[in-house]
Design a protein around this ligand. Structure first.
Ligand code: BGC
Length: 765
């Protein structure tokens, strides 16, 4: 009875407190629209509180960029209590998130909740393959699902905003961040951008109110994938044609899919830092594309406009960034230091600040943070979600779909399941950390299933593991350069003996997971350390080798491509790496991945990409030296974009168009028959490319404009249909206007960018 009374009083007290809250804080009234609620809140805010919403601090432990030495946690806490912090990044786990959210909601004057950001790049604690690997699946549903798993885990751990997807197109394998994107193609990149945005956020903005979705962030705006010589943070000097046709489309697609935030980039774009770039952020993003979410700077990119030589000092940097449309300052500490003063001095209009704050508040309202600031802070859910079976099954599925079979001479693969002696060689085969890849700051070290563990599941073969040589010296971390072992070959002999006595040798070689990613540019794309030497030594004693590559970027493997009979591109596949690799090697899963980026023959070919342009001398007509080529290596890539084999084979027949001449605006209907002509059920990515023969601005030799992933049983034939509309047939001129020009086109449909059936058609005015 007594208890009941207390309960009733308690409920009454809560009710009246809530009521009073709604009266004192009218923006808490759920019956009003989000815009009405913002209209009620903004006038209550002091200038300093508004600027506070535009200030983002890291969570005092993980740094993902240069940070003040010794930390300044005290100052950050003080600012948090004053309501001068709108967001925090890298705070994670329900306990930690609740602690900072409590300060924001219960100790500040207006109780505006924090939005909690984190780099959920390819999973949270259960890791899916690195994004480049996922792109190799060309499986948009699987990619969406993978992002949804990541969102589910991250949101269960207090996070409500991811700094992803990275939609940077790049064709430079030297750049370490190539692992974070979807490769070299704007069409594939755009489709994947949409899949990832919807995976994180849900189908519509309304889905953000759910507890298992998080706000996404299209980054890095823009052109960061074109840093000169692939050196991270370097300048970008890019043509308008490349900017409009290649770099911007995935960002635009993300906007159309409803992405709620953007992150700008570290680089100069034709002399102006992206962070201070009015053209990109105001004219295009917020103007032309009508983006109504907010833009966060990259880590300290506001301040970095000073060493770029674009801002005189901190005050100037803050002024230029806010003017250009950067709404939130990540870790430059300059908005919080300079912006209120700039407004008071009349140098920045308060309307600019209001606009930025409105955008930030809008996303917080959409997430439902005002209605329940602790909605992502449920310990029970956290416990039940993190690394649960569903998530592990999900990332295993994604990992298998991401594998690309690059070579399979004499059908060395799939491996026989019994009666075989298999030598497994290479330090990476027994590594439980490296397969997690780069950008996995929430994951616990050594939580991947290694290839050795995966292969041990197949018990009817004899499996012998020898590392051959250690790959790295010391411990690889997110912050430090990976150091490779280049001298100790004492393990070579044991590896050679194991290989000599084996029917088949499986060698797992490539890059360590922390060898790609941010700050990890390389000028040499060969197998690092002693691995090439080990490969050649083993080949001498047993050439029956299956090479399993682990890498976050295209590697140059000309010797292996020539000599090794079977090559499997297994990237960094995340938590379930070993199981995925073993299931593919043993044929329990038939690989269907296709490269989302060209693999060069040597680094001197870089940048190399399939959608390049014809020169005036594309072929050697006169059989002399005066044509566009290299004297020392072919100009084609080692493995082209779109390429990937299967354990079965696919035949293409009957490529048809509904007509050969079309009026402008009329859709072009294409169909093709694809037959599984081999011995296994399988999946094929049917790809459609076009070439516009001549145009007012020359067009690439070919451009992907459609693809479909089809499952075909052994012996089965399916007809695959495509429709080309203006959206596929046009291009952007150098002023960003979209044109569809009459003229003749070529069309190609096949299983790779370098093969297929061809037809021609014409568009008439
Ligand atoms: C990276 C971003 C990342 C941010 C926060 C920066 O160094 O460029 O992609 O989201 O750090 O961790």
């Amino acid at each position: 009875m007594k208890n009941k009374k207390i309960l009733i009083i308690g409920v009454f007290a809560l009710f009246t407190a809530g009521n009073m809250n709604a009266q004192k804080k009218p923006y808490l009234d759920k019956n009003k629209t989000i815009e009405q609620r913002i209209d009620l809140l903004l006038p209550l805010m002091t200038l300093e509180e508004k600027v506070g919403q535009m200030n983002q601090y890291n969570g005092f432990w993980d740094v993902t960029g240069p940070a003040p030495k010794g930390g300044n946690a005290e100052l950050k806490y003080e600012h948090l209590r004053k309501g001068w912090v709108g967001s925090m990044l890298t705070v994670r786990g329900v306990k930690e998130v609740r602690a900072v959210q409590k300060i924001a909601v219960e100790e500040t004057r207006l109780g505006i909740p924090l939005i909690i950001g984190f780099d959920v790049i390819h999973g949270y604690k259960t890791l899916s393959p690195i994004p480049l690997a996922e792109a190799a699946s060309w499986d948009l549903d699987a990619i969406k699902k993978s992002a949804a798993i990541a969102a589910d885990e991250a949101s269960a751990s207090g996070i409500n905003w991811t700094f992803g997807p990275n939609v940077d197109i790049t064709n430079d394998a030297r750049w370490g961040r190539v692992m974070e994107g979807a490769g070299e193609d704007p069409y594939l990149g755009s489709k994947i951008a949409v899949a990832r945005v919807k995976g994180f956020q849900g189908e519509t903005t309304a889905d953000l109110a759910k507890v298992n979705t998080i706000a996404a962030c299209a980054k890095h705006f823009a052109a960061y994938g074109y840093v000169e010589s692939g050196r991270d943070y370097n300048l970008v000097d890019i043509s308008n044609s490349k900017l409009f046709n290649t770099v911007l489309p995935p960002f635009k697609a993300a906007t159309q899919a409803g992405v709620r935030t953007f992150m700008n980039s570290f680089n100069l774009v034709n002399g102006i830092p992206a962070t201070g770039n009015v053209f990109l952020q105001r004219d295009i993003l917020k103007g032309k594309w009508k983006f109504d979410g907010f833009v966060v700077s990259d880590w300290a990119s506001v301040r970095e406009m000073i060493p770029h030589g674009y801002a005189k000092d901190g005050e100037d940097a803050a002024l230029k960034a806010v003017t250009a449309g950067s709404d939130m300052d990540m870790e430059s500490h300059l908005y919080v230091a300079e912006l209120a003063k700039l407004v008071k001095e009349g140098k920045v209009k308060e309307a600019l600040v209001d606009d930025a704050v409105r955008r930030i508040l809008r996303v917080k309202f959409e997430l439902g943070l005002f209605d329940d600031p602790y909605k992502y802070c449920d310990e029970k859910r956290e416990k039940a979600t993190i690394r649960n079976k569903t998530n592990n099954d999900g990332v295993l599925d994604m990992a298998k779909k991401s594998i690309v079979l690059l070579k399979n001479d004499k059908n060395l693969l799939p491996l026989k399941k019994s009666g075989q002696k298999i030598a497994l060689i290479g330090a990476l085969a027994n590594d439980k950390n490296s397969p997690l890849g780069s950008w996995r700051i929430a994951a616990e070290d050594n939580t991947a299933v290694s290839v050795l563990e995966g292969m041990q599941q197949y018990k009817d073969n004899q499996l012998i593991f020898e590392k051959g040589a250690d790959l790295i010296v010391g411990k690889a971390t997110f912050l430090d350069e990976v150091v490779f072992n280049t001298t100790d070959k004492t393990g070579f002999e044991a590896a050679k003996t194991a290989a000599k006595n084996a029917d088949v040798v499986v060698m797992v070689l490539g890059e360590h997971g922390f060898q790609s990613g941010e700050g990890r540019s390389r000028t040499n794309l060969d197998l690092p350390g002693l691995q090439q030497e080990l490969l050649e030594d083993i080949y001498k004693v047993n050439p029956n080798i299956v090479l399993v590559l682990n890498n976050g970027r295209p590697l140059t493997i000309p010797w292996a491509a020539e000599h090794i009979p079977a090559i499997v591109e297994a990237w960094h596949l995340g938590t379930q790496t070993g199981n995925a690799v073993a299931q593919v090697l043993y044929g329990d899963y038939n690989p269907s991945g296709k490269l989302p980026i060209s693999f060069p023959r040597n680094v001197g070919q870089v940048p190399i990409y399939y959608n390049n342009y014809s020169t005036g001398r594309p072929v050697n007509v006169d059989k002399n030296v005066f044509w566009s080529h290299f004297s020392d290596v072919e100009k084609t890539p080692q493995f082209p974009f779109g390429f990937g084999l299967s354990y079965t084979t696919f035949d293409y027949k009957k490529l048809k168009l509904n007509k050969t001449t079309f009026a402008k605006g009329e859709p072009v209907q294409v169909s093709v028959e694809v037959t599984n002509s081999g011995d296994y059920d399988g999946k094929e990515v049917v790809q459609l490319y076009i070439h516009d023969d001549f145009a007012s601005i020359a067009r690439p030799v070919e451009e992907l404009k459609g693809f479909e992933l089809v499952s075909l049983k052994k012996g089965e034939t399916k007809t695959v249909n495509f429709t080309l509309t203006d959206a596929e047939l046009g291009f952007f001129d150098n002023n960003g206007n979209y044109l569809v020009e009459p003229g003749t086109f070529k069309l190609k449909v096949g299983g790779s960018s370098d093969s297929g059936l061809e037809r021609g058609f014409e568009i008439k005015e």
